[in-house]
Design a protein around this ligand. Structure first.
Ligand code: FSX
Ligand code: SF4
Ligand code: F3S
Length: 374
């Protein structure tokens, strides 16, 4: 997959070459502008950028993970998301999706990294095991630690796709037998954007790449390093079951008619009130569904340490109810004042936020129930 012949093309040229019409292109930029959270007035700017800017090469590496992030990515309902990114925009190297394998694949990667040194985006999927010198994840005889360091050296920025590379993921679950860590535990000198979720939403992944391509800079991040436009709200804030939560209508069991009828899943363990993600507003398969809509409570898969937060089907609080004002950012600011610069800030922020929200939940929930009984 040498990119030397492709690298000078603009996004638009690549799309047209693929056989899409200009109308398809405009539809795509309109769609992505909305997904990126911009006003309709920004469509022109995004379209122009896609027409005129050279594609940004992306190197996508895989470590300890289940490949669900790639699965989610290629299943975007919009044809151009997959086509554009996979075939034409930028995926110069991705072990899972590229046609080449073995030495050919490695050569393609080395070539792309050399030609685009300092300019490519590195996407990392999966955590990195540190224990026993990293032997628990090796590719072609090299450890994930080595490969990550080499790939990161020439990257303009790193996107950590999925909760594994963002937070450590399921393999970091207690007692974390292989010593799995997220990317920012190893790479300290590059901008890192977290795109968590297990897996993340396809259009969120594409949207982050497109934001960078369009504006030449990283999107605004929250205090945990996630793009605000996609992680600025809790699942609870955009959940279609929210009116039932507010009305105090909760499903008591999975097989109940109430659960089918859209009653709130809070009592069945839903972590939506403490999870920041765009599932409720974007969803998968062109917004057709997301876990809660499919009948299962949110397990907080976009949050740090969610994997140790089980049992998932038991509610964490006595009574549900959450104010909708706080954001991950305001929570982060409070904590940063206490322990600025420490890696532990992220975990603390989440825990403090959760505790605060739990208290609010109890108060608000009690009021809910009182109102209902009155
Ligand atoms: Fe992790 Fe991605 Fe979860 Fe899986 O690879 S975020 S285990 S969906 O796929 O990294
Ligand atoms: Fe939706 Fe869960 Fe909030 Fe209920 S608690 S409204 S199911 S996010
Ligand atoms: Fe994950 Fe919860 Fe969304 S489990 S996919 S953050 S609904």
């Amino acid at each position: 997959m040498s990119n030397s012949s492709k690298k000078m093309k603009t996004y638009y040229e690549s799309i047209i070459e693929k056989g899409y019409s200009r109308r398809d292109f405009i539809k795509f930029t309109t769609y992505m502008t909305a997904f990126m959270g911009f006003e309709a007035s920004m469509i022109g700017q995004v379209t122009k950028a896609m027409e005129t800017k050279k594609r940004i090469p992306v190197i996508w590496v895989h470590f300890q993970e289940c490949t669900g992030c790639s699965e989610s990515f290629i299943r975007s309902d919009h044809p151009l998301v997959a086509d554009l990114i996979l075939d034409h925009i930028s995926l110069d190297y991705t072990e899972t999706l590229m046609a080449a394998s073995g030495h050919n694949a490695e050569e393609a990667k080395q070539e792309s990294m050399k030609e685009n040194y300092g300019n490519y985006i590195l996407v990392v999927e999966g955590a990195i095991p540190m224990k026993d010198d990293g032997v628990y994840c090796s590719i072609g005889g090299r450890t994930a630690i080595d490969i990550l360091k080499e790939s990161a050296a020439g990257a303009a920025a790193i996107l950590t796709f999925g909760s594994c590379s963002s937070w450590g993921g399921v393999q970091a679950a207690h007692p974390n037998p292989t010593g799995s860590v997220p990317v920012d535990a190893i790479i300290k000198d590059k901008p890192i954007i977290r795109v968590p979720g297990c897996p993340p939403i396809a259009e969120v992944m594409t949207g982050v790449v497109m934001h960078y391509a369009t504006f030449g800079r990283l999107p605004e991040l929250d205090s945990l390093g996630r793009p605000k436009q996609f992680y600025g709200k809790r699942v609870h804030d955009t959940c279609y079951r929210r009116p039932n939560f507010d009305a105090g209508l909760y499903a008591e069991s999975f097989d109940s008619q109430e659960a089918k009828d859209g009653y709130c899943l809070y009592k069945l363990g839903c972590r939506g009130p403490v999870s920041y993600n765009a599932c409720g507003s974007m969803g998968w398969n062109n917004g057709v569904s997301f876990p809660i809509k499919s009948g299962y409570p949110c397990i907080g898969c976009s949050e740090p340490d969610f994997w140790d937060n089980s049992p998932f089907t038991e509610r964490l609080m006595n009574i549900p109810g959450i104010g909708i004002e706080s954001s991950a950012d305001t929570i982060g600011k409070v904590t940063v004042g206490v322990a600025a610069g420490a890696a532990v800030v992220h975990a603390l922020a989440t825990n403090i936020a959760k505790k605060k929200e739990l208290r609010e939940a109890e108060e608000c929930g009690e009021e809910n129930e009182r109102n209902i009984k009155a």
